[in-house]
Every structure is written in structure tokens, then in C-alpha cells.
Design a protein around this ligand. Structure first.
Ligand code: C5P
Length: 222
């Protein structure tokens, strides 16, 4: 059976990682969360008091940084220079700063180089913003997941409450909309559906519905 490359892109909190993980598991493929890589660099930059608008120090930091994505029960562990930062990179300070770090061209070039190295053998499900357009332009299956801001904020809010985290729905809406705006309007590799990607609006779909649609697309290609 042919080992495909599968690209899953879309705006913040559209459910990309949730469905990408399930699809990867079903196929015994590697799952790669590229957002986690930008988050890990952002976390390190904040800890080191870097100015996030300044490209060169960020690039130097990245070049001296090891970011590892290791499979875990429910997704992946993220290691930054051999330290587990899986939870730290989901903090709101990282979430609300990461789009600044990911604007920089040289930072993106190095991230893309690392991401492509993970995918040389195929058999990957990769999620992010520019996978179908830049990282894996020849991926056999490209999906663009969409949902309304309202729906995405409600999902994130419910998830936070379930985990016992404090959560403010209106603030989530604003943060998601702001992150989408920066990610879509940046000059380098903005968030954009690839011409050959299949758009799936998940607003009124369940997770198994979305997984099924993607598995159908995959089976057409295998
Ligand atoms: O996917 P996640 O929400 O964790 O991504 C965090 C941020 O990383 C995004 O808002 C975006 O700024 C950046 N990102 C990116 N390109 C990717 C993946 C993520 O610019 N391929």
C-alpha cells in the first residue's frame, strides 16, 4: 500500500489536530503538529526575553534549538532542548504571541526545512497553516478545515471547562479572530486554502463525521 502525505490546514481551533491525530492513528502514519514547533520557539523566545518583532535573534535562537515531536497516548509530546514543554506551549501567553513569531520569513524557512525532513518517506499527516501551499505542495491529499469563529470559540471554551481551566468565551472569540487575521494577512506563506485542497466546513459536523470525510478522500488515492 502506498504511503501518502496528507496536509491538513485551516484557521485556529478548527479541530485540525484532533482529526489529524485520529487519521494518523487509523493509517499508522506519523502525525506532525507544525503549530507546536512555532509554539515551542515562541515559548523559548518569551523565556529568553526576546523582542518577538526582531527576526535575526529569533532565527539564531531557532538554529540553536532542538524541537522534538514524540508520539504519546493522546497525540504528541513536545520537547524543547530535551525538556518536556507539551503543556507550557498551550498557555495563553504563547497562544497570543505565536502569530508574531511565525510572521518572519527566515524563521519560516527553517521550520519548513525541518518539517519537510520529517516527511521524506511519506506516511505523514501534517497539520498547520501552509502545509498544502508550501511545506508539502505535492501532498496527495490536502484538506482545508473551516468553522465559524463562534463555533470554534465554543469548542475551545467547552474543552477548557472540561479540563478545569478558567475560560472566557468572549475573550476566546477575540483571540481566535485576531490570530486568524494575523496569520491570513502576513506576507510570508499566509493561511490560505491551496487551490487543490478540499474544503470541509466542520461547523455542524462531529469529529467522526470529519474523520470519515477525510478517510474517504484518502481511500480514493491509495
Ligand atoms: O496550530 P496552532 O494553533 O497550534 O498554531 C499556532 C500558530 O503557529 C498559528 O496561529 C500560526 O501563527 C503558526 N503556524 C504557522 N504555520 C503553521 C502552523 C502554525 O504559521 N504551519
Amino acid at each position: 500500500e502506498k504511503k501518502l502525505s496528507i496536509a491538513i490546514d485551516g484557521p485556529a481551533a478548527a479541530g485540525k489536530s484532533t482529526v489529524a491525530k485520529i487519521v494518523a492513528e487509523k493509517l499508522s502514519y506519523i502525525y506532525i503538529d507544525t503549530g507546536a514547533m512555532y509554539r515551542a520557539l515562541t515559548y523559548k523566545a518569551i523565556v529568553n526575553h526576546l523582542n518577538l518583532e526582531n527576526e535575526d535573534p529569533l532565527l539564531d535562537t531557532l538554529l540553536a534549538t532542538e524541537i522534538e515531536l514524540l508520539p504519546s497516548e493522546n497525540g504528541q509530546f513536545v520537547y524543547l532542548d530535551h525538556r518536556d514543554v507539551t503543556n507550557e506551549i498551550r498557555s495563553s501567553i504563547v497562544t497570543n504571541s505565536v502569530s508574531i513569531v511565525s510572521k518572519h520569513q527566515k524563521v519560516r524557512e527553517e521550520m519548513v526545512r525541518r518539517q519537510q525532513a520529517f516527511a521524506t518517506e511519506g506516511g505523514v499527516v501534517m497539520d498547520g497553516r501552509d502545509i498544502g501551499t508550501h511545506v508539502l505542495p505535492s501532498a496527495e491529499v490536502k484538506v482545508f478545515l473551516l468553522a465559524s469563529v463562534e463555533e470554534r470559540a465554543v469548542r475551545r471554551h467547552t474543552e477548557n471547562l472540561q479540563k478545569g481551566f478558567p475560560s472566557d468565551l468572549e475573550k476566546l472569540k477575540e483571540e481566535i479572530a485576531r490570530r486568524d487575521k494575523i496569520d491570513s494577512e502576513r506576507e510570508v506563506a499566509p493561511l490560505k486554502k491551496a487551490d487543490d485542497a478540499i474544503e470541509i466546513d466542520t461547523t455542524s459536523l462531529t469529529i467522526p463525521d470529519v474523520v470519515e470525510k477525510i478517510m474517504d478522500l484518502i481511500h480514493e488515492r491509495i
